[in-house]
Design a protein around this ligand. Structure first.
Ligand SMILES: Cc1cc2nc3c(=O)[nH]c(=O)nc-3n(C[C@H](O)[C@H](O)[C@H](O)COP(=O)(O)OP(=O)(O)OC[C@H]3O[C@@H](n4cnc5c(N)ncnc54)[C@H](O)[C@@H]3O)c2cc1C
Length: 383
């Protein structure tokens, strides 16, 4: 185990600010106040999904120091993009909508990363795969990041990574009081190959994980805080995801297999969503589909073997799309905490007496934008 590590106290520059666009606002730009001008604090942020990255950037902009811990090899969280020999798949979030002007302004700071995806190709299907409605009830634009959905968060996270403020492949296993300074926090981590470290000297810890792991981390750390009760009110549903590639469809006389729509919500008991990945802007043209199992079916089969899940979902995919061909590539991904079913109802949690906070999509809903707003408002509340 290493000695406590403090990050160098160099003043962080704001990540990813486009020099040529001074009128554009960066994600979560915090107003300068007398307080944050004088009291520079060091925040540990656990999780580098949308909420954690936006929170970190906003705190850096307000003049604070951050260290973001991420258990995966990359930032992005549930916006994961998985590569295959036939092209990429958005294994998590499929697209996003933009309703909050602060999200719109933030997206403007990374021109070209987000592009509209043809919403009029989205269908609603009945259980037998027949088109029941020609479009989603709302006609708001569907946006995707390019070349994969993870690009938005990874682009915003890149300057944090370069500045040593984002530590990947590192899971926080507990949060403790710093023995060298009882008002500070330290976090215990586990890295690749089981390597354990302790990072110390934090003024505050902000949990930017899904609600259930956040609650588990507080419990394992033995922390008695009102956050526990609030987190326990949040509920989430899992999602099994199937990814399929059909390179045989790329022939001059055959550009796509099956239906002509590019995405659909389905009432089939196994499948709730299907999307033709190759129809999204900035992707390769090899015919690829991402299929999401329904929350109820995913919950019922949560602990099933991945091969078994794959064959059941493939059968359902054939029933819904009429595609009987065998895919050249098939992969599955299980999301234990995919979608919030009961949100907290407020943008973040902050226990000022302990200097502990929590944010994430689950505070407000189940959408990527909810994670953005939550991370932003978490940071603005403590900056
Ligand atoms: C299958 C699926 C489909 C979806 N479809 C859509 C969609 O079409 N549109 C939409 O708007 N939204 C969609 N979403 C939801 C969207 O992806 C989320 O709302 C958003 O990505 C959540 O961001 P977050 O930062 O709150 O959490 P996350 O993205 O979950 O980030 C949390 C991060 O914390 C890390 N972490 C957890 N525990 C630890 C630990 N102990 N130590 C270190 N790191 C830790 C995780 O690895 C992760 O990177 C979908 C999600 C899923 C799973």
């Amino acid at each position: 185990m290493t000695k406590p590590v403090s990050r160098p106290a160099k003043r962080p520059r704001h990540p990813g600010t486009p020099a040529a666009a001074p009128t554009r606002r960066q994600p979560g730009k915090a107003p300068k106040t007398a307080k944050n001008a004088t009291a520079r604090r060091h925040f540990a942020i656990i999780g580098a999904g949308m909420a954690g990255v936006v929170c970190a950037r906003t705190l850096v902009q307000a003049g604070h120091q951050v260290t973001v811990f991420e258990k995966s090899s990359k930032a992005g969280g549930r916006t994961t993009t998985i590569d295959s020999p036939f092209g990429s798949f958005d294994a998590g979030a499929q697209y996003f909508t933009v309703r909050d002007p602060r999200f719109a302004q933030a997206i403007d700071t990374v021109p070209g990363v987000c592009r509209p995806w043809s919403a009029n190709a989205v269908r609603v299907l009945d259980a037998a795969g027949r088109v029941a409605a020609a479009g989603l009830p709302t006609r708001e634009p569907h946006w995707v990041a390019s070349p994969g959905m993870n690009a938005l968060v990874t682009t915003w996270a890149a300057p944090l990574l370069q500045a040593g403020q984002l530590i990947t492949d590192t899971r926080v296993s507990s949060i403790e009081r710093d023995p060298l300074n009882g008002t500070h926090w330290q976090v215990r981590t586990e890295g690749q190959g089981g390597a354990q470290h302790v990072y110390a000297g934090f003024d505050a810890v902000l949990l930017a994980q899904p609600a259930t792991p956040a609650q588990a981390l507080l419990a394992v750390s033995g922390l008695d805080t009102p956050l526990n009760a609030a987190l326990s009110r949040v509920t989430t549903a899992p999602c099994w995801t199937l990814m399929l590639a059909y390179p045989q469809a790329v022939r001059p006389d055959l550009t796509t297999l099956g239906p002509q729509w590019n995405a659909a919500r389905s009432t089939h008991h196994r499948i709730s969503w299907l999307a033709r990945e190759s129809s999204k802007p900035g992707r390769t043209t090899v015919e690829r589909w991402t299929v999401q199992a329904s929350p109820a079916w995913s919950a019922e089969h949560l602990e099933d073997d991945a091969d078994r899940v794959q064959s059941k979902l493939l059968k359902a995919f054939s029933e819904v799309t009429g595609i009987r061909a065998q895919p050249a590539h098939a992969d599955t991904r299980r999301w234990r905490y995919a979608q919030t079913t009961q949100p907290l109802g407020q943008s973040h949690l902050w226990d000022a007496s302990l200097a502990l906070g929590a944010c994430g999509d689950w505070c407000l809903g189940h959408r990527l934008e909810d994670a953005f707003v939550s991370g932003l408002e978490m940071a603005l509340a403590v900056a």
